[in-house]
Design a protein around this ligand. Structure first.
Ligand SMILES: *[C@@H]1O[C@H](CO)[C@@H](O)[C@H](O)[C@H]1NC(C)=O
Ligand SMILES: *[C@@H]1O[C@H](CO)[C@@H](O)[C@H](O)[C@H]1NC(C)=O
Ligand SMILES: *[C@@H]1O[C@H](CO)[C@@H](O)[C@H](O)[C@H]1NC(C)=O
Length: 358
């Protein structure tokens, strides 16, 4: 990788005001927006083989579950204006020695967390690690490096509490912040659970301020919940010590209307969509995320992965997930696969100006 790419990365991430500018959707200095670009075939990918990742979860291990097409494994994201640095696990382990990273959110956070731990294990196969899951907290630690990479399952980020009236989703309350006190790198994500209704809906009432509702427009509720999170970040995060990311909304591909294939799903897809095929337009939840980030005073780095992942109709487990042939998973992603690229963005954002942020 040339020094111009490094320079581009450095310019892109230099200062908090730049991060804010990025969150406002303006191209950063140097004209290189990592998230504008295209997928290119690259035989040097994938970055690891899931069968050698001892802790990969069955639901993401598509090859292990019988998927036989492999084209989807060998795409690399190529930004239009610069190079995305290739993930180097040794460098990552060295630079983040002694640090703690936590993904907070739903199973898309789990997906990216698993991807990152597999990517690192590939580079340090003999490094000792511990992996524990207690309650909603999974803790992967590379002992010699003192590096902790955690996943905290908080599907709404804001709180749900049991009351006499039932389970209440509290849009204005974020008590679980205690769980991520002292963490150096936080990567948040939420969206998919806000849509769940019926049996899959884990709450009975929604509380907003002094009012309680039986239901509410889910996009509106999501945005209110995010604003609570944003207030917490603005009030509590010291950006010289803690780096905050938002993972961006991961698109699903269960509705072929979005790419002009009525009745289609991700099932059987072995090729990505080209940019013109995806007619679905911007994701409304992603637009809500951007509205909230725009109003924030502290820097939050948006992993702006929605649009580029919309093209990856080929990247989901489909029938090669945990549901086997009875289930069609067009929401999560196979590993190796698309979340590895999200982690390459994370890597690029964390390393070059590491000194500045920690
Ligand atoms: C995220 O990417 C999309 C598509 O490339 C773009 O329209 C949007 O402005 C970007 N958002 C930010 C905050 O940069
Ligand atoms: C891992 O732990 C074992 C036993 O504690 C030790 O012998 C070995 O040297 C460690 N490996 C590394 C790479 O430090
Ligand atoms: C995570 O695991 C490491 C190593 O076992 C341990 O030292 C640490 O306290 C754990 N962290 C949490 C939050 O459980």
């Amino acid at each position: 990788m040339g020094s111009s790419a490094t320079l581009c990365v450095a310019l892109f991430l230099l200062l908090p005001p730049l991060l804010l500018q990025q969150a406002r959707g303006k191209p950063p200095l140097g004209g290189c927006d990592f998230f504008q670009g295209k997928w290119v075939a690259d035989a040097s990918y994938p970055l690891y083989d899931a069968s050698t990742c001892p802790f990969v979860q069955k639901e993401f291990d598509c090859l292990g579950n019988g998927r036989s097409d492999k084209l989807y494994l060998s795409y690399r994201w190529q930004p239009s204006g610069c190079l995305l640095p290739r993930f180097n696990g040794e460098e990552f382990l060295r630079q983040l020695r002694g640090k703690s990273i936590m993904f907070v959110g739903d199973s898309l956070s789990l997906n990216q967390w698993q991807s990152l731990t597999c990517m690192l294990h590939k580079f340090a196969p003999s490094a000792n690690y511990t992996l524990t899951t207690v309650g909603g907290l999974s803790n992967f630690t590379f002992m010699e490096h003192g590096l902790k990479i955690m996943f905290l399952r908080k599907v709404f980020i804001v709180d749900i509490i049991d009351t006499k009236m039932g389970r209440v989703l509290k849009l204005n309350s974020i008590d679980s912040q205690k769980m991520w006190e002292g963490i150096d790198v936080l990567i948040f994500n939420s969206w998919h659970w806000w849509l769940h209704a019926g049996r899959k809906q884990p709450w009975d009432l929604i509380e907003d301020g002094k009012s309680t509702y039986k239901d509410m427009n889910r996009l509106v509720a999501f945005e209110k919940g995010l604003r609570t999170w944003a207030k917490w970040v603005d009030k509590s995060v010291d950006p010289s010590r803690i780096k905050v990311f938002f993972q961006g909304v991961s698109p699903d591909h269960s509705d072929g209307k979005l790419w002009g294939e009525i009745g289609g799903t991700c099932g059987g897809k072995t090729r990505l969509l080209d940019g013109l095929e995806y007619s679905g337009g911007p994701h409304p939840a992603e637009q809500a995320v951007e509205r909230v980030l725009q109003g924030m005073s502290k820097p939050v780095y948006l992993l702006n992965i929605t649009t580029l992942s919309q093209l990856r109709v080929d990247g989901h487990p489909s029938v090669y997930g945990s549901g086997g042939h009875r289930g069609m998973d067009c929401s999560h992603w196979c590993l190796a696969g698309v979340p590895d690229t999200w982690n390459e963005f994370l890597y690029a954002a964390l390393l070059p100006n590491n000194k500045h942020h920690f």
